[in-house]
Ligand binder design. Structure first.
Ligand SMILES: Nc1ncnc2c1ncn2[C@@H]1O[C@H](COP(=O)(O)OP(=O)(O)O)[C@@H](O)[C@H]1O
Ligand SMILES: [Mg+2]
Length: 394
């Protein structure tokens, strides 16, 4: 189950962040006037952040992350790992138990949400139902005392960018889910914030629209060059959107890196199992005397990674790096029993067992399904090794 705010709480949060009741005394009305500084100062620094809720629950356990200028960082992890809490701490919707949050070099721990120069898109959009799209877009600016001509110009610009010009006079109830999502984004764009925050913004959309909107968000963020944090439990969304991924687990950072790095070199079995679909195969094994023992099989292991001590390990192998071939065709490998075949169109998954472990492999669907006694093969360079106890990459 995804932990989400109820609609009323979400609306209140939206009002605090995106549509403050009045302009903060010392904030510039149009943030766009302040061009991004030439320095490499990160837009956001989260420094040793801890969140302990009043009931004693610790949702965030010492997180340190930077978001560079124009960078899109995705927080990804299973439900309950602290993604929303961390995002809400950045937004100012939750106070910070320990640590510091800095936006453009300024400590904001004590700064009101409306004064943080951020804009946030929520899962349920949090649009005002009684207002038209145009009014929804204009509301935050109007409250800040922006002049009419400027509001009209910004609303028109955002509407064109999001292709919602034809719906400006409709109410949210007369829009599809995807159109509402665009309006919610438009409301953020008109404010020219220095940081966009997205909390699972596509979760309410069907699969097809989610894929389309994901791409649109990416293009828009690139075009606006605005820094952004995007929270999702969906690893595909994380991989496709992010400049950098932050994998969270139990309120802590498991790994930070570019999607390709996190995929190629997961820092732990947790990350290995979470990033990539189907998940990486994780197989108990023992490294002894230059051989890798898997179940009852001793597989001669040509090139043990330098410095790896003998002992128990968890072996990782991506399904797409594993090959199942008839034993008659190629010697060696692990005997493999094929249990089920899953057709995915361009590829197919072969589910089976090797040396007592469940193993899934992915193969080109154009190739014939291998028959007869089978064996599992992998290039030694494609094997990942993790500590059998801690799960840490070796
Ligand atoms: N207001 C709250 N009071 C107490 N615990 C909370 C509160 N909000 C969230 N939590 C707990 O904090 C943890 C992280 O929650 P959350 O940040 O919503 O996770 P995520 O967004 O990753 O699903 C969960 O264990 C959740 O139950
Ligand atoms: Mg959440």
């Amino acid at each position: 189950m995804t932990v989400t705010l109820d609609a009323a709480a979400n609306a209140a949060a939206n009002a605090a962040v995106n549509a403050p009741a009045s302009a903060p005394a010392n904030a510039p009305v149009i943030a766009a006037a302040a061009a991004p500084a030439a320095s490499a100062e990160p837009t956001l620094v989260i420094d040793g952040a801890v969140k302990r809720y009043p009931n004693g629950a610790v949702a965030v356990r010492g997180v340190t992350i930077e978001v560079g200028q124009g960078e899109l960082v995705v927080f990804v992890g299973p439900s309950g790992c602290g993604k929303s809490t961390l995002l809400r701490m950045v937004a100012g919707l939750e106070d910070i138990t320990e640590g510091e949050i800095r936006i453009a070099g300024r400590r904001v721990n004590e700064v009101e949400p409306a004064e943080r120069d951020i804009a946030m898109v929520f899962q349920n959009y949090a649009l005002y139902p009684h207002m038209t799209v145009r009014q929804n877009l204009a509301y935050g600016l109007k409250n800040r005392g922006t002049d009419k001509a400027e509001i009209a110009r910004k609303v028109a610009e955002a509407a064109a960018m999001l292709q919602i010009e034809d719906f400006l006079d409709r109410k949210p109830s007369q829009l599809s889910g995807g159109q509402r999502q665009r309006v919610a984004m438009g409301r953020c764009i008109v404010r020219d914030p220095s940081l966009f925050l997205f909390d699972e913004p596509l979760s309410n959309l069907d699969a097809r629209l989610r894929t389309q909107m994901r791409l649109e968000i990416r293009k828009l963020q690139r075009r606006l060059k605005v820094s952004a944090i995007y929270v999702t439990h969906d690893q595909v969304e994380a991989m496709t959107l992010a400049d950098r991924i932050v994998v969270l687990n139990g309120g802590q950072v498991e790994q930070v890196g570019a999607p390709s790095e996190v995929y190629a070199r997961p820092a732990s079995t947790f990350v290995a199992a979470f990033i990539g679909a189907p998940a990486m195969n994780l197989i108990p094994a023992e490294l002894a005397g230059g051989a890798l023992r898997i179940g009852a099989e001793a597989v001669p292991f040509a090139a043990p990674p330098a410095g790896m001590a003998p002992g128990f390990v968890t072996l990782g192998l991506r399904p797409e790096k594993a090959r199942v071939v008839p034993q008659a065709e190629r010697a060696g490998g692990l005997p493999f029993t094929l249990d089920a075949v899953e057709e995915l169109g361009a590829s197919r998954l072969l589910h089976g067992r090797a040396a007592g472990a469940d193993v899934v492999t992915a193969a080109d669907a154009a190739l014939p399904i291998p028959q007869g006694p089978l064996a599992l093969h992998a290039d030694p360079a494609d094997l990942h090794f993790f500590d059998a106890v801690t799960g840490t990459r070796l």
